[in-house]
Design a protein around this ligand. Structure first.
Ligand SMILES: [Zn+2]
Length: 242
């Protein structure tokens, strides 16, 4: 049975997301920005939380863990390299490991750069990836702890996933990202098409995720960079873009 997902807003511009295995009833929250909206999403779906899969240690991805763990006794899976910075971890994972959520299976892909231990969960059988703050729709995370080269290599790994992989990210930055993308790649019709679509979605208050690897390959300036130098130049430019 295919996985089901539920995406919802948390904090100021974070997303929380649930992935549910209808066969076993298992449900994982990918990151836990805060407990209340996760619990509201569980109530709305009738799903029971069994696991929390953490992408990286930042507080806006882990702030809800303690309360959810207390209320649901769920398993907390976290990147090995950051386990010391994440509360109540039960299991640590690194590159090449797999994580089961009921009968669903995720491959762990190390995607450092935003933080040193950041990981992406790729449910290849369900064509779903949860990229945290590494890949955003038409953008990417800031390079805070790692090097430009680390982040570039992480984006290349995600670029190599199948084009029809649906991608969930940690934040709603799509409109600002699309404005930057068209500024640096003005003749790209795929970007202008997406900018128009995203603009009207945001005017309606709609969520712009998930995106897909195929759409990102066509429109994401960071993923489309020809070299680490071009990536680094774009990333620095974006940091100071209006
Ligand atoms: Zn972060």
């Amino acid at each position: 049975m295919p996985a089901e997902t539920k995406l919802f807003r948390c904090l100021k511009d974070n997303y929380g997301v649930l992935i549910h295995d209808p066969a076993s009833g298992a449900t994982a929250a990918v990151d836990a920005p805060e407990a209340t909206p996760v619990e509201a999403a569980l109530k709305a779906t009738g799903w029971k939380l069994t696991d929390i899969l953490v992408t990286h240690h930042h507080a806006d991805h882990t702030g809800g863990i303690a309360e959810l763990k207390k209320n649901y006794h769920c398993r907390v899976v976290a990147p090995k390299a950051e386990a010391g910075k994440i509360p109540l971890v039960d299991e640590t994972v690194s590159e090449g490991d797999t994580v089961s959520v009921g009968k669903l299976t995720a491959n762990v892909i190390e995607t450092p750069g935003h933080t040193l231990g950041h990981i992406t969960y790729w449910f290849h059988g369900d064509k779903l990836a949860f990229a945290g703050d590494t890949l955003f729709s038409i953008g990417c995370g800031r390079v805070i702890e790692g090097t430009m080269e680390m982040m570039w290599n992480s984006l290349k790994k995600l670029r190599d996933l199948p084009g029809d992989t649906r991608v969930y990210c940690g934040h709603e930055y799509t409109l600002a990202n699309a404005r930057f993308a068209i500024a640096v790649d003005p003749d790209n019709q795929a970007i202008s098409g997406r900018l128009a679509a995203v603009q009207s979605m945001r005017e309606r208050g709609d969520i712009t995720l998930p995106t897909s690897i195929g759409e990102e390959r066509a429109t994401n300036p960071f993923m489309r960079a020809a070299s680490v130098d071009e990536f680094a130049r774009l990333r620095s430019q974006k940091d100071s873009f209006g």
